[in-house]
Ligand binder design. Structure first.
Ligand SMILES: [Fe+2]
Ligand SMILES: [Fe+2]
Ligand SMILES: [Fe+2]
Length: 305
């Protein structure tokens, strides 16, 4: 029914808006953590873009008679959503900042990708056009960041052990995400992808354990242990599309982490990162290809024909 689809479109717009509100806070804080002028400039440029994204999405919500409340964005609408997990990473070095931002840009890219598809189904050409425009700028920002890995790795001053420990903690979280996601995805291509990458992630975790110092690996795991997958999945249960988008962003967290690890001048660490990176990239690409079927499954579940 058209009204169900309209409701879904407003939901996707509301999520995009809440995501931009959080992005604004991140972009304002980022130049102070960047530790390098080029990296700081990339964030400043994207701050202006992000301000425009927030406004454009707000206008589309207005057009649908659904104005967002600022407070709701900051408190209610955020709770349990994927980007709350991002807020907990709390980047405090240039390397972590670039890693976090690279992943967040992919969460945004995925969100606008899905929004455009939902808008097209609802025959809302203007929202589809806005989504496409913003998506291109999120993509551009992620490319700015990936062109600066050398800079963010050098500015961080963190050693191989620190990156190994973070990578290990991420792989452990990835294993959790994939195990739970596999159940939610049901009998779908998405579930098969999760299964496949679960086996790879467990192997990555073992490879890092063979290299890292146990005590540092444990510390990093504790720091990230606050990620609440339970709350996340409780709110995402009926949306394979959002699960695919979030997993896609998570892969980019790992990709950026390994991109830094391979640039620290430690041949063994570089070899390890080069062994793992292609599998992370392939997993991300396959997840992206699964957006369309995942969205179809999500909409079929709530939109009656
Ligand atoms: Fe944005
Ligand atoms: Fe962005
Ligand atoms: Fe991964």
């Amino acid at each position: 029914m058209a009204r169900d689809l309209e409701e879904q479109l407003v939901k996707y717009l509301t999520d995009a808006h809440a995501m931009e509100v959080q992005a604004l806070a991140q972009m304002r804080a980022a130049p102070r953590i960047a530790g390098d002028a080029k990296l700081a400039d990339a964030f400043s440029a994207h701050l202006a873009e992000t301000e425009r994204h927030e406004q454009l999405v707000r206008e589309r919500l207005d057009a649908h008679g659904a104005s967002p409340s600022r407070l709701e964005d900051l408190l209610g609408a955020l709770s349990g959503k994927g980007f709350v997990l991002f807020a907990r990473f709390n980047p405090d070095t240039p390397g972590k900042l670039a890693t976090h931002a690279f992943s967040y840009e992919h969460l945004e890219l995925a969100t606008y990708d899905l929004l455009e598809r939902v808008a097209q189904r609802a025959h809302d050409e203007e929202t589809a056009r806005v989504a496409r425009t913003i998506r291109a700028e999120e993509d551009q920002m992620s490319r700015r960041l990936s062109a600066l890995w050398d800079v963010s790795a050098a500015a961080s001053g963190e050693d191989v052990g620190a990156y190994l420990a973070d990578a290990h903690a991420l792989e452990a979280q990835s294993v959790e995400l994939l195990k739970r996601g596999r159940k939610i995805a049901g009998e779908t291509e998405l579930a098969r992808l999760f299964e496949e990458h679960l086996a790879e992630s467990e192997e990555h975790k073992r490879l890092i354990e063979a290299r890292g110092e146990t005590s540092r690996l444990k510390d990093a795991a504790l720091r990230l242990g606050a990620l609440n997958w339970g709350g996340f999945f409780a709110s995402q249960r009926d949306t394979p599309a959002k699960l695919a988008a979030f997993a896609y962003a998570f892969e980019h967290l790992e990709i950026a982490g390994y991109e830094h690890l391979r640039r620290l001048g430690d041949p063994e660490a570089t070899a390890l990162a080069d062994r793992i990176l292609p599998e992370e990239r392939a997993a991300a690409e396959k997840l992206y290809a699964a957006f369309e079927p995942a969205l179809n499954a999500s909409l079929d579940a709530v939109v009656s024909a």
